[in-house]
Unconditional design. Structure first.
Length: 285
């Protein structure tokens, strides 16, 4: 069941039962499990993710709207083919802050999808991390420029929300084949600060406030002397190891600008042993 509470009245005002779907891969009881739920479209819709990979839309009064099957390249795929396909549990649903028509969906096929709820199309797919059996969920940075997620391989991963389209006409990009260009657009950064599965990774919602607090509570005049951590930049299988707390040394290649006019990003990660880590991109006051 999905239930909506009225917080001031302290009671349930709407509820609905998610319909089960027959499948040769899982039981009816498993198919009816709700594994993720969230509001989207400025609270006008409720989005529900299930164990068998369905993504259901409801109104704010829990009236059924539509359903999408995660992993279907064609939303009109037949019911028979869906029954044969191994389902992938939806582990996270995140609404974009700056565009209420876009939703980020995390699932157990090690994929993250940016979904447009108005056109009912997948706009972008992010890969590289490992999520096969856990409840890991991806989320946006406070400015929606980047996506971050934990991973079962003890790293956490960061993607650009939109591929770097500014470089599409660059001399280097012009020399790439279509396949190489596709790999370039799938580029991600991964950082390792844990020795076990990273169960959660988020961007802090108000990084400037955190940095101002750290400066005001510290006697040191600079926060840029961090111990190096292991990071990896990847374009598909081509990996280059770099060091440092910042994602990259060049703002045109990295995930954040590191001068005094650029944005500040604070990341918080947690692992399966309960350890928490806080990371900051290089910041000059």
């Amino acid at each position: 069941h999905v239930r909506l509470w009225n917080i001031p009245d302290k009671r349930v005002v709407h509820w609905t039962l998610i319909p089960a779907q027959a499948s040769s891969q899982i039981t009816a009881a498993e198919a009816n499990l709700i594994t993720a739920v969230n509001f989207c479209d400025d609270g006008r819709r409720v989005t529900v993710g299930t164990f068998d990979g369905r993504f259901l839309f409801y109104t704010d009064s829990l009236q059924y709207d539509t359903v999408i099957h995660i992993g279907d390249k064609d939303v009109t795929r037949s019911v028979r083919s869906r029954k044969r396909r191994k389902p992938s549990k939806i582990t996270g649903i995140e609404s974009m802050n700056s565009n209420n028509s876009k939703v980020l969906i995390t699932s157990n096929d090690s994929r993250i999808r940016l979904f447009n709820i108005r056109s009912k199309e997948i706009e972008c797919k992010y890969r590289g991390y490992l999520n096969q059996s856990s409840q890991i969920r991806a989320s946006f940075s406070y400015d929606d420029r980047y996506i971050i997620s934990g991973s079962e391989d003890s790293w956490f991963y960061i993607w650009r929300t939109k591929p770097n389209s500014d470089d599409s006409d660059s001399p280097i990009n012009a020399k790439l084949t279509r396949k190489q260009r596709r790999y370039f657009e799938r580029a991600f950064e991964r950082i390792r600060v844990h020795n076990t599965m990273v169960t959660s990774a988020i961007f802090a919602p108000n990084s400037s406030l955190i940095m101002n607090y750290l400066y005001s509570s510290s006697d040191s005049s600079s926060l840029i002397n961090y111990s190096p951590i292991s990071t990896t930049s990847s374009i598909d299988t081509n990996r280059t190891r770099i060091s440092g707390i910042n994602i990259a040394s060049n703002s045109s290649e990295g995930l954040s600008i590191t001068n005094n006019t650029g944005p500040i990003y604070v990341m918080v990660t947690a692992d399966s042993k309960g350890q928490l880590k806080l990371l900051v991109n290089r910041y000059h006051r």
